[in-house]
Design a protein around this ligand. Structure first.
Ligand code: KG4
Ligand code: ZN
Length: 358
């Protein structure tokens, strides 16, 4: 009798369905994606409350919480979709990059379930998941395009020719954009994760009161550096926030948040424009947590429009970490024949460019 894996290789299965598991950092994301029906169910559990007292992610606590939450969430998602494991064609899980302990939870659960259910196991690159997340939307981009990946751990500009055809054009030499948002938010007294809170605070900031640098924009190249910007913001906080009334302090914080956000956005926009021109393209994809930033989206819409193109991004809940993007990327890899061996392999420093083209 043939197992499901062998049957898959023999049958002309046009439509397939996969379970996606994301545990690379502080979110447990589970989803089921079907390439006929789309996302059939997805759930997200955020560990914000677990890490809030520490001002950042505590890796050991993250791993332990993934252990507690992953299986119940998988059960819930199967129930939401009214499916059983027999209705699936594969199990995809984030295998890197990310926190090694957190990744190992998803890898070992994902690999074991695939073994137990006699299904192919599909390790997924977290950044490929982010990069392909706009494909979950009705207005999906066509290849080739430039992708700006901006998350808590990465800032990358990539030329994307097709799935797995990635050319890294530039990246951050120090802090990632999201990391700079989080660190600056902390200086402004905001709780972890500070990116969305800083963006909210910036809304009441006065444009132009403070000006912060646009790092590495005065020289050629597509790399980024955000640690100096964070230091400049910190100097501003120390200098401008002395002996103020509560109202003045609130306004000054908002003005600094506005100046910081504007500096990051302008820097990203300058580099995106440069990358699009260099590569002679006018389609831009933005993905990763920072792509949820409304002001960034608006700026990049203007930038791409001027070049006769447009910007594509996932809906806000799929900008930050989620299981749907892992299920989608996993399904593309499954269709190309990926089936991991029986070892639990996590790759915390997995290069995007090393992925095979499909
Ligand atoms: O992609 P993601 O969920 O996790 C990683 O893979 O790192 O990105 C999280 C990052 C955090 O740094 C968070 O502060 C930032 O994305 N972020 C934002 C916004 N929403 C999330 N930064 C700026 N504005 C936002 N609206
Ligand atoms: Zn991410």
């Amino acid at each position: 009798m043939l197992g499901k894996i062998a049957l898959l290789q023999l049958t002309e299965t046009n439509f397939m369905r996969i379970l996606g598991i994301e545990t690379s950092c502080d979110e447990t994301g589970i989803a089921i994606y079907d390439d006929d029906k789309g996302i059939m169910a997805h759930r997200l559990y955020s560990q914000i409350a677990v890490h809030a007292d520490y001002g950042g992610v505590v890796p050991e606590l993250a791993s332990r919480d993934h252990v507690r939450k992953t299986i119940p969430l998988i059960q819930a998602v199967l129930k939401d979709a009214n499916l059983t494991p027999q209705d699936l064609d594969g199990v995809a899980y984030t295998a890197g990059p990310g926190l090694v302990g957190a990744l190992l939870v998803g890898c070992s659960i994902g690999r074991s379930l695939a073994y137990g259910w006699d299904l192919p196991a599909v390790p997924v690159h977290h950044m490929e998941g982010h990069l392909l997340a706009p494909m979950l939307e009705d207005d999906a981009p066509e290849f080739p395009f430039i992708a700006l990946l901006v998350s808590g751990g990465h800032t990358m500009l990539v030329r994307v020719e097709g799935i797995g055809q990635y050319k890294l054009l530039g990246e951050s030499v120090d802090d990632a954009a999201g990391e700079a948002f989080d660190k600056t938010a902390k200086l402004l007294g905001l709780d972890y994760p500070g990116g969305p809170a800083l963006a909210k605070m910036a809304e009441s900031g006065v444009a132009g009161r403070f000006k912060l640098p646009r790092p590495m924009t005065d020289r050629p190249g597509l790399d980024f550096s955000f640690s100096g910007l964070k230091t400049a913001a910190s100097t501003l906080v120390r200098k401008e926030c002395l002996e103020l009334t509560a109202t003045e302090l609130k306004q000054t914080h908002a003005d600094i948040a506005h100046a910081f956000q504007q500096a990051v956005i302008d820097t990203l926009a300058i580099k995106c424009k440069r990358a699009l021109k260099q590569e002679n393209l006018n389609r831009l994809v933005i993905a990763g947590g920072v792509s949820a930033n409304t002001a960034l989206r608006e700026k990049l819409a203007v930038t791409t429009k001027k070049l006769g193109g447009s910007v594509f991004y996932p809906r806000p809940e799929f900008c930050t970490d989620n299981g749907a993007m892992i299920a989608y990327a996993g399904l593309q890899r499954l269709k190309a024949g990926t089936n991991a061996d029986l070892t639990f392999k996590a790759n915390p420093r997995w290069s995007l460019e090393s992925l095979p083209a499909i």
